[in-house]
Design a protein around this ligand. Structure first.
Ligand code: ZN
Length: 137
């Protein structure tokens, strides 16, 4: 997909010198367009002694974090590719601490849920194969 933004516009975005509507338009597009994200990362990389890291910019603008549901689906690997790319970009490139913490928390929850399922299966097996030994826990 060809970008509708010029590199000088992206430069200006990095300098936060665009009109607010244009900043917003770029942010919207960045969310959907992985090509544009690469273009922005490349633009940022070309700059001398990075005035800002992309991460700083995004954090400052508090570009919307994925929802907790999205993060959960991401961990389960059921998020559509585009959305999963966005989560990866958001966490790996932007290094959003809030979402990292959220992911950590969800990972722990899913691990616990998984352990719970194994325990349930184990108990079912135990009950059906040795019902008379059934114990309540
Ligand atoms: Zn976030």
């Amino acid at each position: 997909m060809a970008s509708e933004f010029t590199s000088s516009e992206l430069e200006a975005y990095l300098d936060e010198s665009l009109p607010i509507e244009r900043m917003t338009a770029i942010e919207e597009a960045l969310r959907k367009d992985s090509g544009l994200r690469e273009q922005l990362a490349a633009t940022n990389g070309r700059r001398d002694a990075g005035v800002h890291s992309i991460g700083e910019i995004w954090r400052r603008h508090r570009l919307s974090c994925p929802s907790r549901e999205q993060l959960g689906s991401f961990l389960l690997g059921v998020l559509p590719t585009d959305a999963a790319d966005y989560v990866k970009f958001h966490v790996d490139t932007i290094e959003c601490r809030y979402c990292e913490a959220n992911l950590e928390d969800l990972r722990a929850q899913q691990a616990a849920a998984h352990a719970g399922q194994i325990e349930q299966r184990r108990q079912r097996y135990f009950q059906s194969s040795a019902g008379y030994l059934r114990r309540d826990e």
